[in-house]
Design a protein around this ligand. Structure first.
Ligand SMILES: Cc1ncc(COP(=O)(O)O)c(C=O)c1O
Length: 405
């Protein structure tokens, strides 16, 4: 038996994504010409019916504009013009931070921010002579069991105390701490002190409802390769209002190839959807667009019922936490972890090596992430774990702890 409980890096492929990848490899061998510009622009309807039957999953591709519409739907909006896709989410972080520091002097971030993205914010702050402040929330949430409201109070008081005008925070951190983003942003806006808010949705999209978050922030950034399970990395950004959308599009389209905001896939996808193709532009890997398209089609029903699947993930989390009681592993209980992630720590030993735990778990059939401080992150599946699977998890945790001693 194998149980996948990880949402790191590329994550697991859903069946639709896997099928697209296989069909695309076959198409590249049998008839690469099928992946023509008209196909990318208008979809598989430009193929003969025979070809559509031969590549059934790729035949679901209806062009770049339709992909943007589906993505908008997944994010909880109808406005596809506010959606951007790129080969890396980090590229959007750079673009969003650049726009933010053009308008803001002091930006509040947190110690829950993803380190590589925080680094980008730091670099942009330096370039624009802006200031970055870091609110310490992690210990409060994990050791202090602070509620989302209490975390918001800390954020609000730091924001006002340091006279901030920008904010960059995760909706769900890599450790599963879920911030109450929409109420915080509403509160700060009502005080007329917030100019620009960037929200990291990498661990949120496909996991928790995001529509109220995207309604309240200026740029929401996520990827299709974690909870959505599209496998191939594809960054997504959703911009908040018309002006931000215009500025975002302009930075994306007008940055030259040496700029760190330039992303060939972003530019190509914008050209496709606006039908303004540059004939002699560079060749890009379009497969992430196709896997994302099929994944979103397959997930569209589930995305409608994201609250239901979150409830199932949380039921799994409770069941797994229960089975670890009285074991060498301690589930972290925190009111600010209202999501489908369970954090677990070894109860005693300081000597257990994180890499050794990861390897032992993987060898025994459980994929999860282990952090340098020996916290294990288990991202729960959206199907209820069976008795057999729970038994398997219990046995594996026991066996791995014995192996570590
Ligand atoms: C909260 C959070 N933000 C951002 C990232 C980075 O996302 P990406 O894989 O798109 O680079 C991660 C990666 O695990 C994450 O957990």
């Amino acid at each position: 038996m194998r149980i996948y409980m990880d949402t790191a890096r590329q994550g697991q492929a859903c069946p639709a994504a896997m099928q697209v990848e296989c069909e695309f490899a076959r198409l590249a061998f049998e008839d690469p010409y099928l992946c023509s510009l008209p196909f990318l622009q208008h979809g598989a309807r430009v193929w003969t019916e025979q070809r559509q039957r031969e590549f059934p999953e790729l035949s679901c591709w209806n062009g770049s504009h339709r992909l943007h519409e589906q993505m908008a739907f997944a994010l909880g909006t109808r406005d596809a013009d506010r959606v951007f896709v790129a080969s890396q989410s980090a590229r959007f972080v750079r673009t969003a931070c650049r726009l933010m520091f053009r308008q803001c002097r002091s930006v509040l971030t947190t110690d829950l921010n993803w380190p590589a993205w925080q680094q980008i914010a730091n670099e942009e702050a330096q370039k624009h002579h802006g200031r970055i402040l870091i609110a310490e929330l992690k210990d409060l949430a994990i050791r202090g069991n602070a509620s989302p409201q209490e975390l918001n109070e800390v954020l609000q008081s730091q924001f006002l105390h340091h006279d901030c005008d920008g904010l960059f925070i995760p909706a769900v951190s890599s450790l599963g701490i879920r911030l109450a983003v929409a109420p915080l942003l509403r509160q700060l806006r009502s005080l007329h002190s917030l100019r620009f808010a960037v929200v990291d949705g990498a661990q949120a999209l496909g996991h928790i409802p995001v529509s109220d978050i995207i309604d309240s922030c200026d740029v929401f950034i996520a990827g299709c390769h974690k909870w959505l399970q599209a496998h191939l990395p594809l960054g997504v950004a959703l911009t908040g209002n018309g002006l931000t959308t215009e500025q975002f599009a302009s930075l994306a389209m007008n940055s030259d190839t040496t700029s760190d905001c330039h992303d060939p896939l972003l530019r190509f996808s914008q050209e496709l959807r606006t039908e303004r193709l540059q004939k002699y532009s560079e060749t890009v890997n379009v497969l992430p667009l196709l896997t994302a398209n099929s994944t979103l089609r397959a997930a569209s029903k589930a995305l409608n019922t994201i609250t239901d699947s979150l409830a199932l993930r949380q039921a799994n989390r409770q069941n797994v936490a229960d089975l670890l009681q009285d074991s060498p592993w301690c589930p972290v209980a925190s009111t600010s972890m209202d999501c489908g992630i369970l954090l677990v720590e070894p109860r005693q030993t300081e000597r257990w090596n994180p890499e050794a735990i990861t390897a032992a778990m993987h060898q025994s059939g459980i994929s999860l992430s282990v952090y340098p401080d020996r916290k294990l992150r288990l991202s729960m599946p959206s199907q209820i774990l069976t008795e057999l699977e729970l038994q398997f998890l219990r046995n594996t945790f026991t066996a791995v702890s014995q192996q570590m001693l």
